[in-house]
Design a protein around this ligand. Structure first.
Ligand SMILES: NC(=O)c1ccc[n+]([C@@H]2O[C@H](COP(=O)([O-])OP(=O)(O)OC[C@H]3O[C@@H](n4cnc5c(N)ncnc54)[C@H](OP(=O)(O)O)[C@@H]3O)[C@@H](O)[C@H]2O)c1
Length: 254
């Protein structure tokens, strides 16, 4: 019988932005596949709720409250995860925010908030985790959450589009440099997926109009990303690095 290499038993998976939305879903999916989850984000109570849900389901998880924009937090968190759970095998760089404003109204604080979270945060985490992977000689898998906005312009989120284009190219640059260390760096580029970030908009008449422009005439649910997440987190993707995988109902192709 064909054995699909999708189990992650005993592997340590660190997920940023695990308190809500896609990150919370990714944490549960990786846990169901057997990974020990390090749930990271700023909302301590939400992270603890997630840890309780995972452990109630028989999984293993710990919460690590932190801010991805702070290099001090990132370094301390990576150290605590390695000490508490073991060598990190999988990093999911998911934490992200958007500021929705016409470009002329975006101010420096908006720009810094978005780029620091979405791009600098991804770099800080990847850099810190990769150092532990190299030091341990274990290699590992880094999965960055880019966006359809890495390649397609979405209205009134210019800083978000710029940050996500940066995430895509950073993914490729790190993949090239770190392949020699056995570290695979890939990105998932989701189209619109229903989460707290956009729920109100997609329930509005303007949101319904946007949905009609997507070839599959729907937005995604978090579990539409399960297949690609498990592919990139597991040995099934052993010959993939530097790939940016769109999961967007055809949005980018329009
Ligand atoms: N939903 C979509 O349609 C969609 C499409 C394409 C790409 N994405 C990307 O997918 C990722 C998750 O989006 P989502 O829709 O799940 O958003 P969400 O529901 O708003 O969740 C965002 C997560 O990021 C965390 N976060 C934000 N700033 C942080 C910081 N400075 N430090 C640590 N954690 C931080 C938040 O946790 P705390 O507030 O607790 O810190 C939260 O857990 C983002 O990178 C987003 O750009 C989403």
């Amino acid at each position: 019988m064909l054995q699909l290499p999708y189990r992650l038993d005993g592997q340590v998976a660190l997920i940023t932005g695990a308190s809500r939305g896609l990150g919370r879903h990714f944490a549960k999916t990786l846990s169901k596949a057997g990974a020990k989850v390090a749930a990271c984000g700023r909302s301590k109570d939400l992270l603890q709720e997630l840890v309780n849900e995972i452990t109630d389901d028989g999984g293993s998880a710990c919460s690590f409250p932190m801010d991805v924009t702070s290099s001090g937090d990132v370094i301390a968190t990576v150290k605590s995860v390695v000490e508490g759970l073991g060598v990190i095998n999988i990093l999911v760089n998911n934490a992200g925010i958007a500021v929705t404003k016409p470009a002329l109204e975006v101010d420096e604080a908006d720009w810094d908030r978005v780029v620091d979270t979405n791009l600098k945060g991804v770099w800080l985490m990847a850099h810190s985790v990769a150092k532990t992977m190299v030091a341990n000689g274990t290699g590992g898998k880094i999965i960055n959450i880019a966006s359809v906005a890495s390649t397609t312009v979405l209205g009134q989120v210019s800083s978000y589009c710029a940050s996500k284009a940066g995430v895509a190219q950073l993914t490729r640059a790190l993949a090239v440099e770190w392949a020699r260390h056995g570290i695979q760096v890939n990105a998932i580029a989701p189209g619109y997926i229903r989460t707290d970030m956009n729920r109100a908009f997609f329930d509005s008449p303007d949101g319904h109009t946007v949905i009609q422009r997507i070839p599959q005439r729907r937005i995604g649910d978090p579990d539409d990303l399960d297949g690609i997440l498990m592919l990139l987190a597991s040995d099934a993707a052993g010959f993939m690095t530097g790939s940016i995988i769109l999961v967007d109902g055809g949005h980018d192709a329009v």
